[in-house]
Design a protein around this ligand. Structure first.
Ligand SMILES: NC(=O)C1=CN([C@@H]2O[C@H](COP(=O)(O)OP(=O)(O)OC[C@H]3O[C@@H](n4cnc5c(N)ncnc54)[C@H](O)[C@@H]3O)[C@@H](O)[C@H]2O)C=CC1
Ligand SMILES: CC(=O)[C@H](N)C(=O)O
Length: 383
């Protein structure tokens, strides 16, 4: 799938030199705050493939006449989206949070609140949903994760990169507040791994990681260039009871609970000593809402590391043994996942999130294990 060439006005190619002059002119006119005003924006975005009329009001949301937060979640049927929808519905009301995906939802999800089909590769469909439902916030969860991404690079590139471009454009055009999750996978073997700070070398070696660095940079670019309210957290591996992981490197830390409860044993696809940052889903969802609600002036950056704990499969097994004395763990290493894990952070430095908007996790390893085992009915149902 290829992006269309940049057009100027309706369907006419804008000569490169003219476009550069226009951009340079706008840059010189930009205010000291570093954010760009909407008038030049409207003109510049009119040069995008989206064919917005040159005199359109760029921030169409500004005359929607409602302060109600109306939320769309893309890729919402994965490990994290349903939990996010439930969490946000408690805060903003059931009907104000629309879950979307390209898959068919199970009955209980379909009946728990608004659900809509949305393929992020279909820009017009995305725009129609945003306009018809007067969306104000967008949580962009669609992605192919690290291991499945390596198994299908063309699809990962399309969903994670072309899809992101669609989301960025629709968010910029309709003045949405946009949350895009990044990941520990946005770092690579040349990054400092213990701990990994917010700002350091990022040379990931997976298509997933490359697409997430691209998302961080594009989101920040749209923020500084067009004033898009882009907010991004780099999640560690997320551990949840209700939902299955979608094909990542940290999946073992979810599957271990399911197998421990069902069979009393687990075969781990990472080495026993592989240390990775992890977080319980309740902390992840709270961090996501907190950064979305943080006053803009408290955000010294637009992409933050967030963390809770860091452990190895062996540490996790030892903690499980305290609750299930007969539990057994064996190792059968998957070379692709192991290579990915060996290039990722071992500990994540999230001091900027803690300083800027007060991030504080609730769950360390002992609380995580107790909570996951106490959710054993939900763990069993998710199998
Ligand atoms: N689960 C984790 O441990 C972590 C997740 N994240 C990020 O959080 C977000 C959500 O993660 P998960 O729920 O775990 O992912 P997941 O892989 O479980 O779910 C992704 C969803 O995207 C959907 N999708 C795929 N192609 C699509 C398309 N063309 N249009 C619309 N939807 C499409 C899939 O159907 C799936 O339901 C992702 O962006 C991921 O990178 C970041 C770090 C850790
Ligand atoms: C940490 C992630 O981004 C994800 N769970 C994966 O392992 O790919």
């Amino acid at each position: 799938m290829r992006d269309l060439p940049i057009t100027y006005g309706v369907g006419r190619a804008m000569p490169g030199a003219k476009m550069l002059r226009q951009v340079a002119g706008q840059m010189l006119a930009s205010p000291a705050c570093g954010c760009w005003t909407s008038a030049p924006l409207a003109r510049f975005l009119a040069t995008s493939p989206r064919q917005i009329p040159a005199d359109a009001n760029f921030h169409s949301g500004s005359f929607s006449g409602s302060d109600q937060t109306r939320i769309l979640i893309t890729g919402g049927l994965g490990q994290l989206g349903v939990g996010l929808a439930n969490f946000l519905r408690k805060r903003f009301g059931k009907d104000n949070v629309i879950l979307s995906d390209i898959r068919k939802p199970p009955d209980h999800i379909f009946h728990s609140g608004p659900f809509i089909y949305s393929d992020i590769l279909d820009y017009k469909n995305l725009r129609e949903i945003v306009v018809n439902n007067r969306i104000t916030w967008l949580f962009h969860y669609s992605a192919l994760l690290s291991a499945v991404g390596e198994a299908n690079v063309p699809l990962a590139r399309a969903v994670n990169i072309t899809g992101l471009h669609n989301v960025l454009d629709v968010a910029a055009e309709h003045n949405l507040r946009l949350f895009v999750p990044s990941t520990i996978g946005a770092f690579g073997p040349t990054s400092p791994r213990n701990p990994t700070p917010d700002l350091c070398i990022q040379r990931p070696r997976t298509i997933y990681g490359v697409s997430k660095v691209h998302a961080e940079l594009m989101g920040e670019y749209y923020h500084y260039r067009y004033g898009l309210d882009f907010r991004c957290l780099r999640y560690p591996g997320i551990i949840s009871a209700d939902s299955q992981p979608g094909g990542g490197t940290t999946d073992y830390a979810v599957r271990i609970f399911h197998d421990a409860i069902k069979n009393g044993k687990f075969e781990c696809n990472l080495k026993s000593s592989t240390r990775l940052p992890m977080m319980y889903i309740d902390d992840c969802l709270r961090a996501t809402l907190e950064v979305m609600e943080a006053p803009a002036e408290s955000l010294s950056m637009r992409t933050y590391n967030v963390n809770a704990m860091s452990f190895t499969p062996e540490d996790l097994a030892q903690e499980l043994l305290k609750h299930i004395p007969e539990f057994q763990i064996t190792y059968n290493v998957d070379s692709v996942r192991q290579a990915i894990a060996d290039s990722w952070p071992m500990n994540f430095d999230d001091s900027n999130a803690r300083k800027d908007w007060g991030w504080k996790h609730d769950f360390d390893l002992p609380e995580l294990v107790t909570t996951m085992l106490n959710s054993d009915t939900r763990v069993a149902q998710a199998n």
